[in-house]
Design a protein around this ligand. Structure first.
Ligand code: DX5
Ligand code: ZN
Length: 217
């Protein structure tokens, strides 16, 4: 996609009105939909899985950016590939030796992403330098939308940016909005995941446009 990209986190969308929400996000100029998959085990919350994503896939051609906050993603990966996720990111804390899994995602023609929790140093994923297409830096503890941005993420983004090749997308997720984007923008973020700062606003288009312009400046 053209970067920087603001990726609406669908966790906060109205799932009773999925059609309307997707149409509003498309009309608002979103390029990517960020899909937060939670299993009630890796994180203390449960969201949705492949069945819902399959229905979303039928309704849009936007890039589907799946963020798997689940234990044992190797057990379920085939399903996320099958239902049409374009980017598939799982956590290093769930899969300490992720080389084979990352390769499987790439072999399926999708972008392979690795995510790190606030407590996990960037060093832990340094050896994956040439195996990932996307690095997702969590700026909140995963599990819930609407939390406050953890400033330590700023330094981690900078480290990830200098460590990984320039074509690797750096994504930041948690507490992102007009107030926090400037802190990280200078450090080379490509993808800004935003839940509350879009879905709590009356107009998605205005929210996305404002954040895109802050991220680009
Ligand atoms: C948290 C999720 C995020 C979250 C972002 O576990 O990964 O994508 O929904 O929501 P906000 O933008 O409200 O922090
Ligand atoms: Zn997420």
């Amino acid at each position: 996609p053209q970067t920087p990209v603001i990726a609406p986190s669908m966790l906060k969308c109205d799932f009773g009105n999925l059609d309307a929400e997707i149409q509003k996000l498309e009309a608002a100029g979103a390029a990517t939909l960020h899909l937060d998959v939670m299993d009630g085990h890796f994180v203390p919350n449960l969201s949705y899985g492949p069945m819902v994503i399959e229905r979303i896939r039928e309704r849009t051609k936007l890039i589907l950016d799946a963020h798997l906050m689940i234990s044992d993603p190797e057990k379920y990966l085939d399903e996320y590939i099958r239902v049409g996720c374009d980017w598939i990111t799982f956590h290093i804390e769930a899969v300490p030796e992720p080389t084979a899994l990352l390769k499987k995602i790439r072999d399926a023609g999708r972008l392979a992403g690795i995510a790190i929790n606030p407590g996990t140093p960037v060093d832990r994923i340094a050896k994956l330098k040439n195996q990932v297409d996307l690095v997702l830096v969590m700026s909140v503890e995963p599990g819930f939308g609407g939390q406050s941005f953890i400033p330590d993420a700023i330094q981690k983004v900078a480290e990830a940016r200098s460590l990984f090749p320039s074509e690797t997308l750096i994504s930041i997720d948690g507490g992102i909005g007009p107030a926090t984007i400037p802190d990280v923008a200078a450090n080379g973020v490509d993808v800004y995941v935003a839940g509350s700062s879009i879905f709590d606003q009356p107009c998605y288009e205005t929210a996305i446009r404002e954040m895109t312009s802050i991220a680009s400046s």
